[in-house]
Design a protein around this ligand. Sequence first.
Ligand SMILES: Cc1cc2nc3c(=O)[nH]c(=O)nc-3n(C[C@H](O)[C@H](O)[C@H](O)COP(=O)(O)OP(=O)(O)OC[C@H]3O[C@@H](n4cnc5c(N)ncnc54)[C@H](O)[C@@H]3O)c2cc1C
Length: 814
Amino acid sequence: MATFPTQARAVIIGGGIVGCSTAYHLAQLGWKDVVVLERHKLTSGSTFHAAGLVGQLRSSANITQMLGNSIELYDRLEKETGLATGWKRNGGLRLACNPERMEEVERQATTAHSFGLDMQILTPKEARELWPIMTVDDLVGAAFLPTDGQANPSDITQALAKGARMGGATIVENCKVTGIEVKDGRAVAVETDRGRIACEAVVNCGGQWAWEIGQMAGVNVPVQSVEHQYLVTEPIDGVPRNLPTLRDPDRLIYFKEEVGGLVMGGYEPNPIPWALDGIPEGFNFTLLDSNWDHFEQMMEQALIRVPALENAGIRTLTNGPEAFTPDGNFILGEAPECERFFVGAGFNAFGIASGGGAGKALAEWIVGGEPSMDLWPVDIRRFGGHHADREWVRDRTLELYGKHYTMAWPYEEHESARPVRTSALYPHLKEAGACFGEKMGWERPNWFAPEGMEAKDVYSYGRQNWFGPVGEEHRNTRENVSVFDQSSFAKFMVSGPGAEAALSWICSNDVSKPAGSLTYTQMLNRRGGIECDLTVARLADDRFYIVTGTGFRTHDFHWIRRNVPHGLDVTLEDITDSQCTLSLMGPKARHVLEQVTEADVSNAAFPFGAVREIDVAGARAKVLRVTYVGELGWELHFPIENAYTVYKALMAAGRRHGIGNAGYRAIESLRLEKGYRAWPSDIGPDHTPLEAGMGWAVKLKTNTPFLGRDALVAQKQAPRKKRLACFTVDDPEIVLLGRETIYRNGERVGWLTSGGWGYTVETNIGYGYVRRAGGVDLDYLKTGTYQLEVASRLVDCDIRFGALYDPKMERIKV
Ligand SMILES: Cc1cc2nc3c(=O)[nH]c(=O)nc-3n(C[C@H](O)[C@H](O)[C@H](O)COP(=O)(O)OP(=O)(O)OC[C@H]3O[C@@H](n4cnc5c(N)ncnc54)[C@H](O)[C@@H]3O)c2cc1C
């Protein structure tokens, strides 16, 4: 190129499929002045050696939609650019070799139906008709998704690059980014070995180099390179060109057709991490040595499925490294550490499948300043401090790689790199039988094993081993009182003369009440969608204490910080690690609390929705009268060093009231009965409070302006396109997990966002949005007959209005 650019609107680092797709979509959105910098040649990172399978189904509707956007783009790209892409929609088969896997496949098909995809359940014989050269003796069944396909990764990337250039983008090869200039917390330029480029946005599409590139801006991108191998054969008799892709998860392997032969790869349980000391300089268009010994375990499985492989000529065994992440999802979005620094990386060996849609979503985020839809499963703000620990990232990533094809059990917890963060009560709760789960690195009691039972989950698609003990914790909370260790809650302090004004703008509920008040509120995006769901306790005129969910610490902190209006004098601090939180919940909670404090905790002195700073068992505590379980209760927040003393005092005071420990699985069941919504499942950035039936928590009746207000006002005047509803299925043999498809009068109208068992009301409970373009009102909801599709079977259900359980109502048999 003639002159090296010195200025651009966006600079994209990395000329793999994701960088090129992002440039293409930025150009489509009208950003012509975009530069892609590639340190060697386009596709020379991981892209050139991908196998090219393009699957679509994920467990999130929006990520499935994103992958669908890839397919829709690949359908037209060749025509649009004149470059061949090797794209064909030959469909994808998924096999099941045992009843548990079949149930998983059937549930996946149900999820697919929920998201509008035609995933078909097949018998082994039908599967064989689509894939004639495989053995099916061991199959229980299979599923077929006709819209899956395959592409040539390098060709499709070159086509995207051409499309980007046609839209005005500049692509510079042989140009290495060496630094990123950050000014006042904002990325303003990139330094390269050919000069500096000032820009409005920097986009890190560096694949397995993304961590290294992130470090240049002080941004953590938790990726780990892992070796991944696949074999390519010579042509095999009986392999048609339109052979669908094939995933055989019980054998940990996948196949696709290539020039009349097969590509076969897999996910071994003992993956090999690569480049632990950094990626070698000059690693371009480079493969690793074929590791036949390591691949043998895949080969053995493949020979059982496709005996013809025995005599097939082998062309190559490709061994390429790829960026994997600790939760198996890729990483997208604006980094919380640095404004206008965006990331699109860590594609876990499905970057070709995601590249088209992920580039689109990232481009929309860059141009719009926030994601255009809920992208939480891939949002970079899902990570926290421990994700900067390279060893932690490596260990967890390897576990996730090894689980790529293993059964994804409901309620499954991961085992590696634990414990990393524990509450001060961890050893005591462990001694009391806690079975811990992990969230954001925190060990949290999921349930407590009674004496004689091992504190360990035993997974299945039926009722799992913890079902009984959790029922007991649930019952004790409804009848007596329970203590929940919720120390992992994220906690922020917002203070200063501008604190009230800032929070009044960011919060959709009225938080400007007098000191001592507690407000449940949401924080909305410009579309009126729920970004944060939290409690704001006003401790003083200029001091607010915010409590939010464990997993949303980075996200919510970032959301608040970036939305504080300019010019206000506000200090925002994260004080999570200094505060222990114990929730005391149940009808006898007051009897317990009044024994460990001299403060008046009567209903008159300490009503619902109040916060008091009082002494509890010698600890200065912020005590919040609030509940997420539908019973009388308080959250006690106090310094960590008092944790054991306060816990012991509560347990001693509660002994004669039947106090017990309880965990997060009991909370889930309790809140389902009471109808409390959970973020990000029942409520989230794509759902407004009006759609979620939470208009009562929004200050629309006041004249106070707040972020998202305009969207809600507009929505109030139009028919509501969806509404959250509650469904129950009495049959205890049915297990609702969320994602089950909702049918109204035989027509698909939505899917469950959460599901579980209500022990008090003795029924399965599910929440989900009923959708209809023409509008959904109460009458429409009430006049339908409903069914749920559960693991591909239709089950009758009832739609229910109001909370299924209310402590004021007569107690139902427990
Ligand atoms: C063996 C194997 C099989 C696979 N099979 C499939 C499959 O069947 N289906 C599927 O969907 N996916 C598959 N994948 C995954 C897929 O290859 C990747 O997810 C995808 O290519 C990632 O694209 P990317 O753009 O994120 O990264 P890359 O292609 O690695 O691009 C990153 C680019 O950044 C450049 N770069 C790095 N540092 C700098 C710097 N400082 N300055 C400038 N440029 C820089 C690199 O040179 C590189 O070109 C497979 C991967 C492997 C390893």
